[in-house]
Each structure stands twice: as C-alpha cells, then as structure tokens.
Design a protein around this ligand. Sequence first.
Ligand SMILES: Nc1ncnc2c1ncn2[C@@H]1O[C@H](COP(=O)(O)OP(=O)(O)OP(=O)(O)O)[C@@H](O)[C@H]1O
Ligand SMILES: [Mg+2]
Length: 255
Amino acid sequence: MTAALLEVRDLHAGYGRVAVLDGVSLEVPERGLVALVGSNGAGKSTLLRALSGLLRGTTGTIIFGGETLNGAAPAAIVRRGLLHVAEGRRLFRAQSVRDNLALGLWGTRLSKADAAARFDRVYTLFPTLHERQGVRAGILSGGQQQMLAVAQALMHAPRLLMLDEPSLGLAPAVIDQLLDAVVQLRNDGCAILLVEQMVERALQIADTAYVLQNGRVIGHGAARDLRDSDLVRQAYLGAGAKPPAPSIHSSRSPA
Ligand SMILES: Nc1ncnc2c1ncn2[C@@H]1O[C@H](COP(=O)(O)OP(=O)(O)OP(=O)(O)O)[C@@H](O)[C@H]1O
Ligand SMILES: [Mg+2]
C-alpha cells in the first residue's frame, strides 16, 4: 500500500484555552478527493487552519509528502504544496483578475514560461476568468470570486488543495460548475480535502469522507457508503438517528 499524501494523527488544536479538535486522525491519499463533513462548529475550519499552520500550539502528528509539518510556518507549508482556500474569498478586490493570479505566484520564483503555463492552466479550468482577466476582482460575481480564490491557490501547483465551503452563498448552477472543476483538478492529479455544506453533493464526488462532530472524527469510509448511512444525519441532527451501517468505520466505542 502506498503511503498517504497527508497523514494526521491525534491532532489537538484550539484557540488559546478553547480546545476545539480533540484527537483528530485522517488521511488523504495521493490524488484522493476526501470530503470532511459535520455540523456548524464541529471544527472543520479549525482543522484546515491547523493543517495550514495558522494555529499555534497544536499537538499531534501531521505528515505531508513523507515529511513532518508540525510547527512549520504557513509560507513553508504553502511551498511544500499544501494550499488552503479559506472561507470568504480573500481577494485583492481593487486588483484585476490577472493581478490576483500573479499575486498567487508570490514566492514561487518561476521562469516566465512556467508562470505562463500556470496562467494557461487556470484559464483552461475557469474560462470565465480568462474572459474577465482585466476586470477588478471586487466587481466579479460571487461564483467568479470563488473561482478566482481557487485559481489563486492553483498558481502554486498544489499537491493538496484544501477548500473550505467553496459553494457558500452561490447559486446551484455555479456550485455545479465549481464542483466540476474540483473533480477535474483531482483527475489532473491534485489531491483535495473538501469541506462542504452541500453534504449530498460532496459525498457524490468524493472517494472517501470523514464525519466530524465536536472536534472528533465519529466515522469515516467510502463516500458512497456514508451517503446511505445514518451517521451523517446523526452528525447534523444529534440524537435520534440509528447506528451507522457496518461498512462504515465508526469511531464510536461500543456503549
Ligand atoms: N477565532 C476563534 N476564537 C475562538 N473560538 C473559535 C474561533 N474560531 C472558531 N472558534 C470556535 O471553534 C469551534 C469550531 O469552529 P469551526 O469554525 O472550526 O467550525 P466549523 O466546523 O468550520 O463550523 P461551520 O460549519 O460553521 O463553518 C466553534 O465552537 C467556534 O465557536
Ligand atoms: Mg467552517
């Protein structure tokens, strides 16, 4: 068996004295599309922040591409190819689409030809951005801004892209376009860790999924099995759901 691209073991993280993640373990294989689902406040965004080095004082083990990431600075983590597109589309609103993408190349020291190839790649994936390359980011539609936020991360040619709720606030047709691009990216060889509130859609496109509740992984397995199990409903609705189907690896200890 090949080693996972990302391997997280017993991760604890939080904000000052507020503990949020309580021993999270998960794996993202090379070229894998892994969904992370769970209700509001479960700790999904906190997990992505811990992995991208934005939270201090985390404990546990994070191994990425065979190397330990614990304690590495965010910029060093980006250089190793682990990119995080946070909630909320943080763009340079007064700058053009093209300038936002150029800023995405910061720190990469590419040759002109290689930089041009990166632009070509994101413009092929998101033709709308090519059409609107001279337009200020601040006047793009919500969907186009989200595409630009993803494209900016892609300028680093990530090995693993972590997306935090990319569909938030977008119309269904735009969500489909974005998630199609996510599948395309995975098919092109980029591993994806997807946090998504459109749970059904996320489980349709993912290979495997993890269910997070109160800072713990309460189950994981093949995404199609999780779609049919009550575990996900349980994570969103709390009590009242039946036990998980046997094909799912529930992390609950028997009562
Ligand atoms: N900056 C912060 N300071 C203190 N506590 C925080 C901070 N950000 C989040 N929290 C708390 O950490 C817990 C987990 O939050 P987190 O944002 O990781 O959840 P989430 O699963 O991403 O939820 P959502 O689906 O609403 O995005 C929540 O109880 C939240 O109130
Ligand atoms: Mg969140």
